[in-house]
Design a protein around this ligand. Structure first.
Ligand SMILES: C[S@@+](CC[C@H](N)C(=O)[O-])C[C@H]1O[C@@H](n2cnc3c(N)ncnc32)[C@H](O)[C@@H]1O
Length: 274
């Protein structure tokens, strides 16, 4: 399937899916907590300029703007940009610097103009490696020397673990999707079930490092975002108890760099320096 077809599949997917509320539900709350933790670990102090390319409805962009950063969000889905603008308007003392429709492969920013680039979406939505590299090269171009990029990938093994843990392994409609994921990492969803996501590329952890290195970054860290925590039975019960939530986070942190378990995370984060 061409990347143009994949882009139109993605547009159809997000017409139905609600990105503006996703991170408030189930294990996505772990994704958000850990993503924030991994960003804060290497983030320069404010004021600094952040480009959130693939920023969706603005969850991380607005969070960073509220912490004093100058944040520019771009996303190819107009609905997401509208949602990000609305979220920005709700924090009138710390709005986004800008929110525009755009593509991470062609960033509308000058060379060396950003301190931070977030790519929390484009690297799995772009199914061709050349497109993923184009987007990482753009991130590299707009960063100042020493600037940092965060790139999220979805694990090559995510569909296997998700289907086993969350009860759809035996759906005959899912079997061919899983088989292809495990074969070549190319995720395609010909069903109309949005739970099975949309066209995407699912990385092995080492491939994500290679992509960053290929675009000229030094790799600072490759870490699991959720680790095995997203597979927890009764996730909501654990997460709603503050002590158990801390135990989940501590356990995930403990194994976040363990090579033998990295691929068990739903998402993997590469952090690179220009
Ligand atoms: C699952 S959402 C994640 C949104 C947000 N970054 C987060 O982590 O919650 C993935 C986002 O990547 C965006 N995206 C996909 N392809 C892109 C591209 N080529 N350039 C920029 N953004 C892209 C999608 O429109 C979508 O908003």
């Amino acid at each position: 399937m061409s990347s143009d077809n994949s882009t139109s599949e993605m547009m159809k997917h997000y017409a139905d899916a609600d990105e503006s509320s996703r991170l408030r539900h189930g294990w996505f709350q772990l994704e958000q907590a850990r993503t924030q933790e991994l960003i804060l670990r290497h983030l320069p102090p404010p004021p600094a300029t952040v480009v959130d390319a693939g920023g969706g409805a603005g969850a991380y962009a607005c969070w960073l703007a509220a912490r004093g950063y100058q944040v520019h969000l771009i996303d190819p889905v107009p609905k997401h940009v509208e949602q990000a603008r609305a979220a920005s308007a709700r924090q009138s003392h710390s709005p986004l610097a800008s929110a525009e429709v755009g593509d991470a492969r062609h960033l509308p920013f000058a060379d060396g103009s950003a301190d931070v680039v977030l790519l929390l979406g484009p690297l799995y939505h772009l199914v061709e490696r050349e497109d993923r590299l184009a987007c990482l090269r753009e991130a590299h171009r707009v960063l100042r020397p020493g600037g940092m990029a965060w790139g999220a990938g979805i694990s090559h093994f995510a569909s296997l673990l998700d289907s086993l843990a969350h009860g759809f392994f035996d759906d005959p409609m899912f079997a061919p999707i899983l088989a292809r994921d495990l074969e070549d990492g190319q995720h395609r969803n010909p069903t109309d079930n949005p739970i099975y996501f949309t066209d995407a590329y699912f990385h092995r952890p080492g491939e994500l490092s290679c992509d960053f290195l290929g675009a000229g970054f030094q790799v600072v860290e490759i870490v699991a975002i959720e680790g095995p925590g997203w597979l927890a039975r009764d996730f909501d019960r654990l997460w709603s108890d503050p002590a158990q939530r801390e135990r989940v986070l501590a356990a995930v942190r403990k194994v976040e760099r363990e090579p033998s378990i990295l691929g068990a995370s739903s998402h993997i984060m590469a952090i690179g320096r220009k």
